[in-house]
Design a protein around this ligand. Structure first.
Ligand code: BG6
Length: 507
């Protein structure tokens, strides 16, 4: 048995954790030990933004931390002609965009670069897939992971061609990055084509929010501790709020964003995935399908929208200045903000409002989940009422805050003051922190599927947002304008105030 070890405590909590145990048996499949298996990782879209902004830095961190299984090759695939060395130089140069602590030294890059290879492919040409197959077969790695970091309109074509070329054996996994479709029908079509070549357990849909350490901690908090579970229900919880706020605008992604909007970009996937993690029943075992079955049940229990409830329970906004952003069409009605109220219609959650909110150009970059508990049933401290709340912080820091009331000094009722127990995971687990893409890439290589979204979950999420998209298509009033640097349109506060509640920053 590994010995227990005390880590740096958070401000008010002492954390005692068996670091080895955490690593090897975490509730959400946290096993990140290097394994002795060779792998090939093929990055379609090897010169694109996602590859050099997110995937290469994540792979380098995994390499630096010794987490990349030995004997791996990383093959970037793109349209233009380059040598391996040209490609290595291309990636090396892009590391200047990465935060300094995560940039490689010359020596580190030289060693990392030995893993990098490049191959030109025209993705419409069957013989180019045959060439890729030869490249893979020549070594016969134990695992091949094919990451589609291309424009999503190529997903079906690539998957079909991979299937025809026979690059879909049981040791091959394909990883699909969002957006997966723009509505239910397009998502189903993608899933239909992908599943013709890759069975469900070989098709990994990434939602990078599931790779964030806070999400692992949410699973650990709920299912690794007995403390909260008895309270995790309608009898004790008044409402739950999920906020995914960004301070930046759409930047140079105006054309993509305008076709997407906040509902498709953040709610259908990231916000709903967090909601499922909060609301799901405890899975019987820590296994990908057991977890995903429970998440799917939550999605199926979400209160369906009607045209009337969309008008009442969904607020869409657009930041002032959005229409002046590059590549945004004149007069666009695209929403950059959404706030909504929903309910999970089952025994555990009946009647408990779930508020979701996301937007660009908001007051700060902040992602958190707030669980607001009910008032005490019989107050004996007159004039002091502040229900407990638990804040699960995803960004900018990653931690937990439990808000309580405490008696200050020797006074009476008037001296009850709010205090909080703070747990700062970034500090406490500094040496074990890994980024979302690093975790998900290592999971994809190792075949751990817990943190990937199953097709039925993804389709159910589309089914739920579709009536909102449809109602907005019919409604010509368009999104409500809001000033950059605020918390969105006033209607978002009114939405929650109607139930006698307030968003976290107003509490
Ligand atoms: C992406 C969205 O999925 O998530 C972006 O397409 C958004 O619009 C990003 O900016 C936010 O991710 P994070 O990890 O920075 O909160």
């Amino acid at each position: 048995m590994p010995s227990a070890r005390r880590l740096t405590p958070g401000r008010n909590f002492g954390i005692i954790s068996d670091v080895t145990g955490l690593h090897h048996t975490g509730i959400a499949g946290l096993d990140t030990r290097p394994r002795t298996m060779a792998f090939d990782l093929v990055l379609f879209g090897g010169t694109g933004d996602l590859t050099w902004r997110k995937l290469m830095p994540a792979l380098f961190q995994a390499f630096r931390h010794g987490k990349l299984p030995p004997g791996g090759r990383i093959l970037a695939v793109a349209r233009d002609e380059r040598s391996d060395d040209d490609y290595r130089t291309f990636i090396r140069e892009r590391f200047v965009e990465v935060e300094e602590a995560k940039r490689p030294t010359d020596d580190e890059f030289a060693r990392f670069a030995e893993l990098l290879h490049y191959r030109r492919m025209d993705l419409s040409q069957p013989e180019h897939y045959a060439g890729l197959r030869q490249w893979l077969d020549a070594r016969g790695a134990k695992t091949a992971v094919l990451f589609l970091a291309t424009s999503p309109h190529l997903f079906t074509q690539i998957c079909a061609q991979l299937g025809q070329a026979g690059i879909n054996g049981p040791n091959v996994r394909v990883v699909l990055e969002k957006p997966l479709g723009h509505d239910l029908a397009s998502a189903q079509e993608i899933n239909r084509v992908v599943s013709a070549s890759f069975p469900e357990n070989q098709a990994l849909r990434i939602d990078h929010y599931l790779g964030k350490p806070a999400v692992q901690n949410l699973m650990a908090l709920r299912f690794g501790n007995a403390l909260f579970e008895p309270l995790w229900r309608r009898e004790s919880i008044a409402n739950i709020q999920i906020t995914l706020a960004e301070a930046i605008g759409v930047g140079t992604r105006g054309d993509f964003y305008d076709r997407t909007g906040a509902l498709r970009d953040m709610v259908q996937n990231h916000a709903l995935q967090l909601l499922t993690m909060i609301a799901m029943e405890p899975p019987a075992v820590n296994d990908a399908d057991a977890i995903r079955d429970e998440k799917l049940k939550v999605l199926r229990s979400l209160k369906p929208f009607t045209p009337e409830s969309v008008a009442r329970d969904v607020v869409r906004g657009q930041y002032k200045g959005y229409l002046d952003e590059a590549k945004v069409p004149a007069g666009s009605a695209c929403e950059t903000f959404v706030a909504l109220r929903t309910e999970v219609q089952n025994w555990r959650w009946a009647g408990v409002p779930f508020y979701l909110r996301t937007g660009k150009k908001l007051a700060s970059r902040e992602a958190h989940i707030v669980v607001n508990f009910r008032e005490v049933p019989h107050p004996i401290f007159p004039g002091t009422s502040r229900p407990n709340k638990l804040v699960i912080k995803l960004q900018p820091e990653d931690g937990l805050e439990l808000h309580l009331l405490a008696a200050k000094g020797t006074g009476g009722a008037e001296s009850l003051v709010p205090v909080s127990l703070d747990l700062d995971f970034d500090k406490a687990f500094a040496e074990n922190r890994i980024g979302a893409y690093e975790r998900l890439l290592m999971d994809a290589i190792a075949g751990r599927l817990n943190l990937f979204v199953r097709s039925d979950e993804q389709e159910q999420a589309w089914r739920w947002v579709e009536p909102v998209l449809e109602a907005w298509r019919q409604d010509t009033t368009g999104p409500r304008p809001y000033a950059a640097g605020t918390w969105g349109p006033a209607a978002a506060s009114a939405l929650i105030a109607r139930d006698g509640c307030a968003w976290a920053e107003e509490q």
